[in-house]
Design a protein around this ligand. Structure first.
Ligand SMILES: [Zn+2]
Length: 343
């Protein structure tokens, strides 16, 4: 089969012929229809410090996908060839305290598809049946392939009650944009998105946000005044990984505000902890998706009117993967989807 493989400790990926994976007794083998490029994949493509410290080459990468089950292992009885599925990219141990308590997203032995084991930028992928999500065929394939990042957005956006609340989202990458749609869908009053990238601000404008602003040009205090907000934002979703964005968020939260942190911050980030203390802020780290409550919620929200179609800005053949990664690097895109069925 064809696969995008990290073969060398340098920038790039190689389109290679590799063996089709054989599912183990508790696995399914999925024929990939579409996959999408994540920021993590770009780190691996670019072979930055994180990638060189965490990735063993050679490795087929990718963890966002949708496809059709091709084969099932001998112990699998509840899925069959032909089922339309996506899958949770975190493989958990099933035996630690959190796993046994049903908090599988908090497993401390999590392994990542396309990070610690072969991934989904390939014609076939084998994963444990416990990681499979049965897809609603009424949802378009280019949306189903985004269930992994949509799940990150859903996990963050539904961490706190947003009904009637004012929400600040820093970072209008795909996950920030999806989160904006979700909090709107969930009944937020004002949804303000900040990003210095004009392309992404224009995308945010299409997603029914209250205001999408460039923080280098506009002050949040003026925006709050314009929106007749009295005390600051009730909920903050930090999706940029930019220390200045986090700093600005801490300054503009109401007392008792709730913050979800998803963007990975540099180690050197300095935070005004006294603001967190004196203002009684709650901060929650978001990693991955709750298994599988998040998957259930994103499916039912899409079934009840959540629209994230504007986030998928590019659909290209897997053969043009280099163009896809260049687009990701340029920031002139939302989600980039690779089609594995275009010959
Ligand atoms: Zn575990």
């Amino acid at each position: 089969m064809k696969a995008l493989v990290k073969t060398k400790a340098q920038v790039g990926l190689e389109l290679k012929e590799v063996p089709i994976p054989e599912p183990g007794p508790d696995d399914v083998c999925i024929h990939i229809m579409k996959s999408s490029i994540c920021g993590t994949d770009l780190h691996i493509y670019d072979w930055d410090d994180w990638a060189s410290a965490n990735i063993n080459i050679p490795l087929t990468i990718g963890h966002e996908y949708v496809g059709i089950i091709d084969k099932v292992g001998s112990n699998v009885s509840d899925y069959s060839p032909g089922d339309l599925v996506s899958g949770e990219g975190h493989i958990v141990c099933g035996r630690c305290r959190n796993c046994l308590a049903g908090r599988r997203h908090l497993c401390n032995k999590t392994l990542g598809v396309g990070i610690d084991r072969p991934g989904a930028f390939a014609e076939y992928l084998a994963i444990p049946v416990d990681n499979v999500w049965n897809c609603d065929r009424k949802i378009p394939l280019e949306i189903l392939t985004c269930f992994d990042p949509l799940g990150n957005a859903t996990h963050a956006a539904l961490s706190f009650n947003v009904i009637g609340e004012d929400v600040l989202i820093t970072g209008a990458g795909p996950i920030g944009l999806m989160a904006a749609s979700i909090v709107r869908h969930a009944g937020a009053r004002h949804v303000v998105v900040t990003d210095p990238n004009p392309y992404r601000l224009a995308l945010a404008e299409k997603m029914d946000v209250t205001m999408a602003i460039n923080p280098l040009q506009q002050d949040l205090i003026e925006i709050m005044d314009y929106l007749d907000m009295k005390e600051g934002f009730d909920v903050g979703l930090e999706m940029s990984g930019n220390p200045k964005a986090l700093d600005s968020m801490l300054k503009h939260m109401s007392h008792g505000g709730k913050i979800a942190l998803l963007g990975l911050l540099p180690e050197t980030t300095v935070t005004d902890w006294n603001k967190v203390i004196f203002h009684g802020l709650t901060i929650k780290g978001i990693y991955g998706r709750e298994m599988f409550e998040t998957w259930y919620k994103m499916t039912t929200m899409l079934q009840s009117g959540l629209d994230i179609s504007q986030v998928v800005t590019h659909q290209i053949s897997y053969k043009d993967f280099t163009d896809g990664f260049e687009l990701m690097r340029s920031g002139q895109c939302g989600k980039v989807v690779l089609d594995w069925e275009q010959m």
